[in-house]
Write a protein that binds this ligand. Structure first.
Ligand code: PFF
Length: 457
């Protein structure tokens, strides 16, 4: 405990590291398919409102808790109030459940990257290519998702074992700007496809008749996921932040980064899905396969598409890798802190757990598709359970802890510690004390009622 805690050298370092954790598959793979699934423009609108209000409040709270207590999430809640000690392990459970299926998608990305680099990009544009890949019906070892998933996990394990996080961080500083530039180029191209304008309208113009509890729940889960909230990550990052750095301004910058990349990914993917659907936004099937099904088609139409496709999947691969490494690192440190196990043994144990749990998700669309949890395949279920159930519960309990038990002033004091102004303090207090808890309770009850068939929304 007397050991000096390491810290980020300055604010830019902190913002980039937090943004590096935040920007990942959630922005590029998950956001576009949820936006397409939950009504396009209305989802985008709800998402943006949530980011600016609720997301802002929760992120500033988590970073402030970390910086104030200088503890990681497992212990930080308990340090504020011992009755809330259980919240640490509960929040920690979320990355543990996410990382196995995150690596399944990492494996899909790696497969696509390798195929594009090998010059087989055109083959991926076929209509049923992706579905036969994930349902394990295509012949050939390389067309089975399992080896890709296993290799992806092993890459993560080796990096975490070598502890070369710094190297990865440096690579991502260079890769992230490239990803943005390439996404802009691909978005512009997508918008020139015939029928894409309908898609643009669907993505940007809200249709209020499509607003439902599911839209709000989906947008809220995505907000937690994308900004790495309600899972203790930002508490840990905050514990490394210097007292002199401006907390509120850092949160704003992380949010701009994260939301900007998600919006760009939507712009790249949604208009092109609609274009390939004959210019109609009705009946587009939007699920986890959206990015994999649609982008190869866009690249096939583009001149120089094979090269751009290869570059794109390399960048997505790195965005995924930086996030999965930080998820795995979190998982390893949770186990080490809790059970005082050695690092190598812990990494081996965590790897085996990820392989076993991830296999369920990896085969859940194929050989294991006869097993459904709440009517969902494994991957969809783990995604739903963490984002739509556990994260709202952790967020609700955090709001009660800060808003009702220790008081919002604790956070405000941390934000204004070295003389900075807390510009959105009123907004923060109202959301933390009144709006967020009520909204979260309504949403959770709505979801339960929907599940038991008491309401249909
Ligand atoms: N925020 C990441 C994404 O959007 O892909 C997911 C994530 C990465 C969550 C790392 C948590 C984390 F520690």
């Amino acid at each position: 405990m007397t050991e000096k805690r390491s810290s980020f050298s300055n604010r830019i370092g902190f913002v980039l590291a937090a943004a590096g954790s935040a920007v990942g598959l959630g922005n590029i793979w998950r956001f576009p398919y949820l936006a397409a699934k939950y009504g396009g423009g209305i989802f985008l609108l709800v998402y943006l409102i949530l980011v600016l209000t609720f997301g802002f409040t929760l992120m500033i709270t988590e970073i402030a808790i970390g910086r104030k207590t200088r503890l990681s999430c497992v212990e930080a809640y308990g340090a504020l109030d011992s009755r809330f000690r259980f919240l640490g392990p509960l929040a920690s459970l979320i990355p543990i459940l996410i990382v196995p299926y995150y690596c399944v998608i990492g494996g899909w990305v790696m497969k696509y990257m390798v195929e594009f680099i090998a010059g087989n990009g055109l083959a991926l544009a076929g209509d049923s290519y992706f579905s036969s890949f994930i349902s394990v019906t295509a012949s050939g070892f390389g067309n089975n998702p399992m080896p890709w998933f296993v290799v992806y996990i092993l890459i993560n394990a080796v990096i975490v074992l070598a502890g070369v996080n710094k190297g990865i961080e440096n690579i991502s500083k260079f890769m992230m700007p490239l990803l943005v530039i390439l996404s802009v180029v691909i978005s512009i191209y997508s918008l020139t496809l015939p029928g894409a304008m309908e898609g643009l309208k669907f993505y940007l113009l809200p249709d209020f008749s499509k607003l439902s509890i599911s839209t709000i729940l989906g947008a809220m889960g995505q907000m937690f996921y994308s900004m790495s909230l309600a899972m203790g990550i930002m508490i840990t990052y905050g514990s490394y932040m210097k007292d002199e750095d401006n907390l509120e301004a850092s949160v704003t910058q992380i949010q701009i980064f994260d939301t900007g990349i998600a919006m760009l990914a939507g712009l790249m993917i949604i208009p092109s899905v609609v274009a390939f659907n004959g210019g109609s936004a009705e009946g587009i099937s939007a699920g986890p396969g959206l990015m994999f099904g649609v982008l190869p088609k866009v690249f096939a139409e583009m001149s120089g598409g094979s090269l751009i496709g290869a570059a794109f999947f390399i960048l997505v691969f790195f965005a995924a890798l930086t996030s999965s490494i930080s998820l795995m690192e979190t998982f390893v440190s949770i186990i080490q802190d809790r059970f005082h196990t050695g690092r190598t043994a812990t990494i081996i144990g965590v790897t085996v757990f990820m392989l076993l749990m991830g296999t369920l998700s990896c085969l859940g669309y194929g050989p294991l598709s006869f097993i459904k949890l709440l009517g969902m395949e494994f991957l969809d279920f783990f995604d739903f359970f963490t984002n739509s159930v556990l994260m709202p519960i952790v967020a609700l309990l955090s709001c009660i802890l800060i808003g009702r038990v220790v008081g919002t002033q604790v956070i405000a004091d941390e934000v204004t510690k070295v003389g900075y102004q807390f510009k959105r303090q009123r907004l923060f207090e109202v959301i933390m004390r009144y709006i967020a808890p009520v909204l979260l309770v309504i949403i959770l009850l709505g979801e339960i009622a929907k599940y038991f068939g008491l309401i249909s929304i």
